[in-house]
Design a protein around this ligand. Structure first.
Ligand SMILES: [Zn+2]
Ligand SMILES: [Zn+2]
Length: 307
């Protein structure tokens, strides 16, 4: 079985879909954020400023910074409702209409009479957005919290800003538990850049689409036509009953993760065509693949389902 993405027509476009500017608590103007991402070789960017009253509910207009080589998707980081630990939810929404109705979220503390996180996530999804559960580990999120966001398309598997700021970058544990419950979620790596520290150009998505245009990219994100990376490239994946084969840029490790404790790994030097025997992972309804290069930079496939 070959994941649909590798059979679809198109090109891989590199993008960061979680970023802040001075329209909320980032330090650079939207224009300068876009300029820097394009200068660093990105094809697209979603600015996702904090959608709270404190910043006048920004859906930052980045359309003036689109050009022949670079595009943008409008979005925001939404905040409403309390997590189990009493803190305010962070929900990433990429592909919001500029007129998306404001929530009742005056600042970064949850208040009474505001939407739940799932209510605002559903509103965003219904408005056309690609919705992701942001930085589970940084937030101190429980499985019960994450389970409540039925409208999510994805979980942040890696948040570079959280890696740099507090060494809490992961969403792997929450993601794998939700997958095992049957939730068909995808995995995104993002920067969550504020440019207040070296929190940029660390984690991105590679989205396969026929054109580097907002609607095509957004549809590809929703269709799981992407993978995530800190460096390595994934060129092809083919899943067999008891084995998976991966073509990639040169890597040192290929790991397969599946339900429970089922994993498998192959180590080597400058591997570009790797076969991994699945062992117990062949019994899992889903598997995903992590590649690691000699510098320790990783790439993550989306979950692949047996059915
Ligand atoms: Zn956040
Ligand atoms: Zn953020």
């Amino acid at each position: 079985m070959i994941p649909e993405m590798f059979q679809a027509k198109g090109t891989f476009w590199r993008g960061n879909i979680h970023t802040h500017s001075d329209r909320s608590d980032g330090v650079l103007t939207p224009e300068e954020v876009c300029r820097r991402y394009q200068a660093e070789g990105y094809d697209f960017l979603a600015l996702t400023d904090h959608f709270v009253g404190l910043f006048n509910y920004p859906i930052t207009d980045t359309t003036p910074y689109r050009n022949d080589q670079f595009t943008t998707i409008l979005g925001a980081e939404l905040h409403s409702g309390a997590m189990q630990n009493g803190e305010l939810w962070h929900i990433l929404a990429v592909g919001l209409p500029p007129e998306f109705e404001t929530s009742n979220s005056p600042h970064f503390l949850p208040i009474e009479n505001q939407e739940t996180a799932e209510e605002i996530a559903k509103r965003a999804r219904d408005a056309g957005a690609f919705v992701a559960i942001a930085h589970p580990q940084w937030s101190g999120m429980t499985l019960k919290d994450a389970r409540s966001i039925g409208s999510a398309h994805a979980v942040e598997i890696y948040n570079h800003g959280c890696a740099v700021a507090c060494d809490r970058p992961d969403g792997t544990a929450i993601l794998d538990l939700l997958l095992t419950e049957g939730r068909q979620l995808t995995a995104i790596a993002t920067d969550d850049a504020h440019f207040t520290e070296p929190d940029h150009f660390g984690g991105w998505v590679m989205v396969k689409a026929q054109k580097n245009e907002p609607e095509a990219l957004l549809q590809a994100l929703k269709n799981s036509h992407f993978y995530s990376s800190e460096g390595p490239e994934i060129h092809h994946i083919e899943l067999y009953k008891n084995q998976i084969s991966i073509r990639s840029s040169a890597v040192s490790t290929v790991i397969v993760q599946a339900k429970g404790s089922a994993t498998a790994a192959v180590h080597g030097a400058s591997m570009t065509q790797t076969k991994v025997k699945l062992g117990r992972a062949s019994q899992s309804e889903w598997i995903r693949v992590t590649l690691k290069d000699a510098a320790g930079r990783r790439a993550w496939s989306n979950p692949i389902w047996r059915k």
